[in-house]
Each structure stands twice: as structure tokens, then as C-alpha cells.
Ligand binder design. Structure first.
Ligand SMILES: Nc1ncnc2[nH]cnc12
Length: 353
């Protein structure tokens, strides 16, 4: 965890509980987010900036846990405490990462508008390779042969898809649009692959103690700035003006349109909070691995709910991904066992932030 952590350092049990909570949040967001976003496009939604805006627009909800945390500190802390703990350098870092997230959301939503969920999810698996590379450069992430193997297999899995995707193209779409969607999704994977280690770097370089309460504030600021970027995009693109008409014409009905919007915003909050929460409890690499681990679930849900095709190359890609996850977790278990005998090594999630 952050270098500055001292007296307020959470116990190992607390860190495990937080890790569990954040993995659950990440799972909800990672599996549900793409499905609800695609649902919007399948039933007549066309606005890409609006979709990207929804990824972070529910940031005001984070005030609720922040307030709970504040009253908890008031009751349990003898020294005075502020409602917001964040100091200027972390605010600036969070704002910059937030702006990057806003553009990343647009690229991601663009891909989601053009590609089946199963395809876009598999491309997003390449994010793991980007995260690994950036984590190595930015936070000096150490790798075991198992994690390296996992990254390799997951990347090959995504690569196989890249060679064989045109059969997957939705009927009403030109191959140009499809290829563009593909490239935008790869770009989204690369940028988010950078964002995760940047968050870890922010924790590491912080000149103040990083607590989970502060992680919530970072989440709020990041999402606020990402939403601001997407709001500008929506304004330029006249998205706000067409919402009413789009809702009336939406395939599932007007009420469903608004329910979908709200549900989508909340589910995506789970994704972003889960992702940076896992970094707090573990590392950016762990966060990326969990995102990739959840891939088969999203794949299967997309095939079930949207009757997407599940061709051979997706099957091969999926098998390689599963093999990659298995390799990573085997390495983790082995490493944990070894660590019990000789403490002080690097790759254990809860002990290596
Ligand atoms: N903006 C985004 N939202 C969800 N998952 C992503 N993966 C990469 N970019 C993403």
C-alpha cells in the first residue's frame, strides 16, 4: 500500500475483507456494465457520448459512503477530522486520471456500439498486457513465471480474435465501422491499462496516508472529471437535446430507457470503485487480472441474453484465457505457501500494494 501508511494501517483481516468487497463490486461492474451498455445500443440507442457519460455520472452517490466514513471517524478518532481528507497533489492526480478516463470511456463506448459484447470483452482482455507493461514501467511491478505466463496466454487469446472477427459483424454494420469499433476498443484497453498503474502510482507517491476513505474521494474526483469531459462531448454532439426523443422511440419503452440509464450509471460506479479498491488492497496488476478473469462470465451472459454467436475462435480465446487465469492463481497459491516459510516477497495481493 502507500508508502505513507502508518498508524491508520488496516489489519490484514480488514484488508482481506476490503479486497473481497472490492472484488464483488468489480465483478458486478465488469459483468453487468458491458451488458447494460450494449442493451442500450441493441434497442435503438445511438449516442456514444451519452453512453460514456453514464460510465461515471453516478459519482455523487460516492458521497454516501464518504459521509458514513466521516461519522465513523468522528466517533472513533480522538483527533479532529475533516469531511474530505484529500490534499491538493492527490486532487490534481485524480483530476488528470479522471480526464483520461473520460476519453477512455468514449473509446470504450464507441467499441461497444459497434461490436458484440463477447467480442469487445475479449479485446478488453488485452488490457492485462498493457497494465502489466505500464505497471512494470511506473510502479516497478515484479513478475513471476506464472503471472508472465498468464499475461502471455491472455494476450494470445485476444490476438486470435483480432485475426478472425469479421464473421462476427452485426448485419446492419459496414466492415469499416466494425474495424473502427475494433481499433477503438483496443485503444480503450491500452488507456485503461495505463490508468490502473497510474492510480497505483498515485497511492505510492502520496504524501498523505492512503486510507479507504481517501480511495472513495479519489474515485469521486476521478469520476467527476471524467463526467465533465463526457458532458462537453454530449453538449458538442447535441446528445442532451435528443434524450427525450430517443427515450420515446426506445425499443423497450420509455420507462425502461430511463431505468436503464440509472441502472447503467450505478453498475459502472461499481466497476470503477472496485477497480481502484482492488489496487488499494492489492495492485493494479491484480485489478487487471480480475477484470480478465471475469471475462468468461460476461461472454457467457452475452451469448445467453443477446444470442450472440460463439464461434470457434472465441472458444479458443476463452480456453487460453482460462488457462491464463489458472496459471496466475496457481502461482499465487504457490507463492503464498512459500511466503509462509520465508516471509518478505512480492506478489501476494493483500501484502503487496
Ligand atoms: N472505459 C472503460 N469502461 C469499462 N471497461 C473498460 N476497459 C477499458 N476501458 C474501459
Amino acid at each position: 500500500m502507500a508508502e505513507m501508511e502508518s498508524a491508520g494501517k488496516p489489519s490484514t483481516a480488514m484488508k482481506r475483507a476490503l479486497l473481497f468487497l472490492n472484488v464483488i463490486l468489480l465483478s458486478i461492474g465488469n459483468c453487468g456494465g458491458p451488458l447494460v451498455m450494449r442493451l442500450y445500443f441493441i434497442h435503438g440507442g445511438k449516442r456514444i457520448w451519452l453512453s460514456s457519460w453514464l460510465e461515471t455520472a453516478a459519482w455523487p452517490f460516492i458521497i454516501i459512503p464518504i459521509t458514513i466514513g466521516y461519522f465513523y471517524r468522528l466517533r472513533n478518532q480522538s483527533s479532529p477530522t475533516n469531511f474530505f481528507l484529500m490534499k491538493t497533489p492527490i486532487f490534481i492526480a485524480s483530476a488528470v486520471i479522471g480526464v483520461l478516463t473520460g476519453f477512455d470511456d468514449y473509446l470504450y463506448a464507441y467499441g461497444m456500439a459497434r461490436l458484440p459484447v463477447s467480442t469487445s470483452s475479449l479485446i478488453i482482455a488485452a488490457q492485462l498486457a498493457f497494465t502489466a507493461a505500464f505497471a512494470f514501467l511506473l510502479v516497478k511491478q515484479k513478475f513471476t513465471c506464472y503471472s508472465t505466463n498468464a499475461i502471455f496466454l491472455l494476450s494470445i487469446g485476444a490476438g486470435i480474435l483480432a485475426l478472425h472477427t469479421s464473421s462476427d459483424r452485426p448485419a446492419n454494420e459496414s466492415s469499416r465501422e466494425y474495424v473502427f469499433g475494433f481499433l477503438m476498443t483496443v485503444a480503450a484497453a491500452a488507456i485503461y491499462g495505463l490508468i490502473l498503474p497510474l492510480v497505483e502510482l498515485t497511492y505510492k507517491k502520496a504524501k498523505q496516508e492512503i486510507s479507504y476513505a481517501l480511495v472513495l474521494e479519489i474515485q469521486m474526483v476521478m469520476c467527476l472529471f471524467a463526467t465533465a469531459v463526457c458532458t462537453v462531448g454530449m453538449l458538442i454532439n447535441n446528445d442532451f437535446k435528443v434524450i427525450g426523443r430517443e427515450a420515446r422511440e426506445f425499443g423497450l419503452g420509455e420507462t425502461s430507457y430511463y431505468v436503464l440509464m440509472m441502472g447503467s450509471a450505478l453498475i459502472w460506479q461499481c466497476f470503477f470503485l472496485g477497480a481502484i479498491g482492488v489496487i488499494f488492497c492489492g495492485s493494479s496488476l491484480l485489478s487487471a487480472i480480475i477484470i480478465a478473469v471475469l471475462l468468461p462470465v460476461t461472454e457467457i451472459l452475452a451469448v445467453i441474453f443477446y444470442q450472440e454467436k460463439f464461434q470457434a475462435e472465441k472458444g479458443v480465446s476463452l480456453a487460453l484465457s482460462l488457462w491464463g487465469f489458472a496459471s496466475y492463481f496457481y502461482g499465487e497459491v504457490k507463492h503464498t505457501k512459500k511466503e509462509k516459510q520465508t516471509p518478505q516477497t512480492e506478489m501476494l495481493p493483500v501484502s503487496n500494494p
